[in-house]
Design a binder for this molecule. Structure first.
Ligand SMILES: *Cc1c(COP(=O)(O)O)cnc(C)c1O
Length: 377
């Protein structure tokens, strides 16, 4: 037996069965592998505008205190969030907020607080991969509800609630499919889920959406004490490298999360940058506009190429190559374009591409076009 297999046997059973999360390929890795430059990365739903200048300034100012531990309660960021959310018509107390090292950290904290090996955790087919990882890491049983039209089928999820159900994850919109759930359906669902079951509404992309019928999860927390809404600074706010996200819930739930949260889970630079970017209205507006334009550009190009795609509410679009997507992924890499295979979701012929700047999108489109010319698509 190989040494690494022997060592793997030391892990607890649920961890032995885990596969690590597959991140998008970093640009410098591809540079090393192929010796090419001028690479476009459209693989991790990052903000193509780069970091807000206000965030950069806040980070510089914070460096002076770099040898000290961060504020473990994140007071200034929570206060900035309270202010930001009040502009959206919400009155949220600091005690209702929990900060995370990215929202992934929060998803993990939530799973550890509310489920164990005797629990069942419900999420949808094609839902964000981290739900399954967190769930399996604590040895809980993953109950995967079949999807409807690539999105969440809330009826199918509801039907799967049992005595053992502790947690339900909903991504709105979902990654990697970009599908969303409208307000009426979500309200109907929340009204019937038993209060003893925690519902996590992952709103990682909500800033991009202004549709009337898209639900604002934070407005639902007061009525539904079993609801936890998670959001992130990684996407529309452009701080993916810093790892910071937040959850809004009943203070009683936040109190539970706080017991398991690592004491200094969000670093000072991230705290300062997030508080600063929340006050950068112009940055958010530019991000949303850039995404809307890029989404049109990409959707139109895919249509021209005759490739089917799943209409997306996020900052990415997932399309059907009609062939083995890994082959197309590899060929795109050679042309200097990094996208994301989604075979780990069982979507073998699909690729997910993030919306970039106009010229980045064009490079991707040209590369696809050349593959079609060669007869690969
Ligand atoms: C990107 C993403 C997140 C956010 O991850 P962070 O840890 O905050 O960077 C959460 N949920 C979904 C569905 C995502 O796509």
């Amino acid at each position: 037996m190989k040494k690494s297999d022997q060592l793997s046997g030391l892990a607890v059973a649920p961890v032995q069965a885990l596969h690590p999360y597959q991140p998008g390929k970093p640009i410098d890795e591809l540079e090393r592998e192929l010796g090419i430059s001028d690479i476009v990365k459209l693989a991790s739903n990052e903000n193509p505008l780069g970091m807000s200048e206000l965030a950069k300034q806040a980070i510089s100012a914070e460096l002076a205190e770099g040898s000290r531990y961060p504020d473990g309660n994140g007071y200034k960021l929570k206060y900035a969030l309270k202010e930001y959310l009040s502009f959206q018509g919400h009155d949220i107390s600091l005690e209702s907020m929990t900060l995370g090292n990215g929202s992934n950290d929060l998803l993990d904290i939530i799973t550890r607080c509310f489920s164990d090996r005797d629990s069942e955790v419900i999420f949808s087919e094609y839902a964000f991969a981290v739900y399954a990882i967190s769930c399996h890491a604590v040895g809980a049983k993953a109950v995967v509800a079949p999807s409807k039209d690539w999105g969440h089928d809330l009826d199918a999820m509801y039907e799967r609630i049992s005595e053992k159900t502790k947690l339900i994850f909903i991504a709105n919109p979902n990654n990697p499919t970009g599908t969303s759930i409208n307000k009426d359906l979500l309200l109907e669902f929340l009204a019937k889920v038993p209060e003893r079951v925690i519902v996590v509404l992952d709103e990682a992309y909500c800033e991009y959406i202004s549709d009337e019928d898209f639900p604002d999860g934070i407005g639902l927390v007061e009525k539904h004490t079993n609801l936890i809404v998670t959001r992130t600074f990684s996407k529309a706010w452009g701080l993916a490298s810093l790892r910071v996200g937040y959850a809004v819930s009943h203070p009683g739930i936040a109190n539970i999360l706080n017991r398991v949260r690592h004491p200094f889970n969000v670093n000072s630079l991230a705290l300062a940058a997030a508080a600063a970017v929340l006050r950068d209205d112009a940055y958010l507006k530019a991000s949303v506009e850039c995404n809307a334009q890029g989404m049109c550009q990409m959707a139109l190009a895919l249509e021209h190429l005759g490739l089917e795609f799943i209409p997306s509410k996020g900052n990415f679009i997932t399309f059907d190559t009609g062939v083995d997507a890994m082959e197309i992924y590899q060929r795109l890499l050679k042309l200097g374009v990094i996208v994301r295979p989604v075979a780990n979701y069982g979507m073998n012929s699909f690729l997910r591409v993030s919306i970039g700047l106009e010229q980045e999108n064009s490079k991707f489109i040209k590369a696809l076009d050349s593959l079609r010319e060669e007869g690969c698509l």
